[in-house]
Write a protein that binds this ligand. Structure first.
Ligand code: ADP
Length: 447
């Protein structure tokens, strides 16, 4: 087991990892920018190292500073959290070259899944169902037209290097396609430094369903069921739940089994998420994330297993603590992402939190790095906390969520809490009847 883990992240996820390390008796080092000197993760860690000025590229993305912080403090492993360097293959390789364990998969696996065209090819080879579309990158207009005609309109053009919901264009006709191909390529080139794009069938009313997987790196793979993350705004998840209200036990076992086998065949190590669009009873792979996800706590709630403990165990060579048949799901869990944003316009609302009161009681978990008097710096993501609620079934979970949202107080800044208070009372949400466009349509109506 590791002696000392360096956490290369900030905010709620830094705290989340820190808690897991403390439970396992592992010393913790955190790194931080000058803007985060007062952050909770810095206060609670055994050691902290300031690695640079506020902009992420000079601090949380500064590989050399982070490696130097490991060397100075004697950390033997790094947990990257999510975002920042968590899916940076070069970072994983550099750590390996310094004999420091990256708590995540190999650089090669990160590289495969980071390139969406390569990821899709790999998924197909491993027997995972994919969205119909081009076999690889599309550069010529005539190829784009031919492929779109074959799969049928509407189609979506996506950047191979894309991420965070950026770099996607929908085309409903051949005339649209010509323009969409050009704009998608130039936007992808400007945003990601790689203008490779590919074409997929555009699904009109899918749900976003993702499977949590784990590999031990030695040919074993398990799945921890699915999460439904269909409630999205601008392709960003807002509300996540487990299990999905749309799946039955048979579908769950089937897709879980397909994913676990794929992970085993790949020789994958650590946590991963295989993301699908789900429509008319069919699953279509869209991408795989090679890290812990923001929404992992809903899985932890229903599986009763700490996924960060599991990541640390696997990375230290201790293997998975559970076999597939030992993983059982209980009840229902929902997560609300609380952002420091205006609940209507979604413009960021940094500033000082004058009062912060979190709900409590049975089935309530709040993962947050903020506190009363904390000043939210304007430089980073606007996520300030996550409310995760667990109940014996979806109805109980929703009742508890409503109560918890009423209890939650964040004064001094605007947050997305009012949006969740509206959503929890909505009949479509109560019935679990929503697809990936539901939230955008709802927000448009409210304006
Ligand atoms: P990113 O890596 O940028 O998050 P994804 O490939 O995961 O990109 O897609 C993000 C979101 O975009 C999906 O959750 C879905 O809402 C939408 N999307 C992606 N592909 C399709 C498709 N083929 N049809 C319809 N919507 C799609």
């Amino acid at each position: 087991m590791f002696q000392k883990i360096l956490i290369a992240n900030r905010g709620e996820i830094a705290l989340r990892v820190l808690r897991a390390c403390k439970e396992l008796g592992i010393q913790t080092v955190v790194v931080h920018s000058t803007a985060d000197a007062d952050a909770m993760h810095v206060r609670l860690a055994d050691e902290s190292v300031c690695i640079g000025p506020p902009p992420s590229r000079d601090s949380y993305l500064n590989i050399h500073q982070i490696v130097a912080a490991c060397e100075i403090t004697g950390a033997d492993a790094v947990h990257p959290g999510y975002g920042f360097l968590s899916e940076n293959a070069k970072f994983a390789d550099i750590l390996a070259a310094h004999n420091i364990t990256f708590i995540g998969p190999s650089g090669d696996h990160i590289r495969i899944m980071g390139d969406k065209i390569e990821a899709k090819r790999t998924a197909k080879r491993l027997g995972i169902p994919v969205v119909p579309g081009s076999d690889g990158a599309v550069t010529e207009e005539k190829d784009a037209k031919r492929i779109a005609a074959e799969i049928g309109y509407p189609v979506i053009i996506k950047a191979s290097a894309g991420g965070g919901g950026r770099g996607m264009k929908v085309a409903r006709s051949e005339a649209d396609l010509v323009v969409a191909l050009q704009t998608a390529r130039s936007e992808a080139g400007a945003a990601f430094g790689d203008d490779a794009v590919y074409i997929e069938k555009y699904l009109e009313k899918p749900r976003h369903i993702e499977v949590q997987v784990f590999g031990d790196g030695a040919g074993r793979g398990v799945h921890f069921g699915e999460r439904d993350c269909s409630l999205q705004r601008r392709h960003q998840k807002v509300w996540e739940e487990a299990p999905s209200p749309a799946l039955n036990a048979e579908e769950r076992a089937h897709i879980g089994g397909v994913c676990a086998r794929a992970i085993a065949d790949l020789g994958y190590s650590g946590a991963g998420t295989i993301e699908f669009l789900y429509e008319n009873g069919e699953f279509y792979f869209i991408e795989m994330n090679t890290r812990l996800q923001v929404e992992h706590p809903v899985t932890e709630a229903i599986a009763g297993i700490d996924l960060v403990h599991e990541q640390i165990r696997v990375a230290s060579g201790g293997g998975l603590s559970v076999r597939q048949e030992e993983i059982r799901f209980q009840g229902h869990a929902i997560e609300c992402r609380i952002n420091a944003e205006d609940p209507r316009t979604f413009t960021p609302s940094p500033g000082t939190i004058t009062h912060f009161h979190t709900p409590g009681g049975l089935g309530i978990r709040v993962d947050s790095g903020v506190y009363s008097g904390y000043k939210i710096p304007p430089y980073y993501d606007s996520l300030i906390g996550k409310l995760i609620v667990h109940g014996r079934n979806r109805v109980e979970c929703m009742m508890r969520l409503r109560r918890a949202l009423d209890e939650f107080v964040v004064d001094g800044i605007k947050t997305t809490l009012p949006l969740f208070r509206d959503l929890v009372g909505n009949p479509d949400i109560a019935n679990g009847e929503y697809d990936i466009h539901w939230l955008e349509k709802y927000l448009a109506k409210e304006d």
